[in-house]
Design a protein around this ligand. Sequence first.
Ligand code: GLP
Length: 244
Amino acid sequence: TVYEDQREASVAVARRIATLIRSKQARGEQAVLGLATGATPVGVYAELVRMHRQEGLSFENVVTFNLDEYYPMLPTAVQSYVTFMHENLFDHIDIRRENIHIPDGTLPLEEIHAYCLNYEQQIEALGGLDLQVLGIGRTGHIGFNEPGSAPNSGTRLVTLDDLTRRDASRDFGGKENVPRKAITMGIGTIFKAREIILMAWSGKKAPIIKKAVEGEMSSEVPATYLQLSDNVEFVLDKDAASDL
Ligand code: GLP
């Protein structure tokens, strides 16, 4: 779906999330959301906060699982995805703290494998993700599933691509300060979501959107695997869609 601009698209995605939350509420059920970081979803989170404040949208029945976190990363660091999620969403809504899940960037290496399996099991124990929100990196990564990621990959520790680290360098005051690794949900994890919305804004994303939507499926551009799913929608602004 192509929208006139990023704001209109963000409001539309936020409305869909709100509809899901309310319909689950009406049935006395929890809504299980997969959330993303980066500049792309900021407008969606801002609209959800507005709906909470002005329209009484409650997040009491919402459970969230974030896609990824840098490794190593202290949750209190300004660049952590924990900080990002609290600043942009969680601190402004009534979500229960115990319902928030973000991969732990402080684990000792030898504990990561078991931690990642448990992350998957926690999602499954809740009946899976109702909706996964995604951005896309210029390498074609979703979450931090960089080129080379397998379509059935699970939550795991990965090595970040050089381009991804360059794109993150501004947040860290230089590429040399960007962590080399991250913990990310896998492509297989993302695929199990009942609904997937990938968002992209601006002409900067146009070439990778073209590859993801129209390119040959390959692990070189992990987002091309989304072509296999019937439950995925690309939500774009006009500029991000300009090469299609
Ligand atoms: C990071 C995140 C991704 C995100 C990507 C794009 O690498 N781990 O989940 O999709 O950045 O970022 P932005 O939305 O800022 O363009």
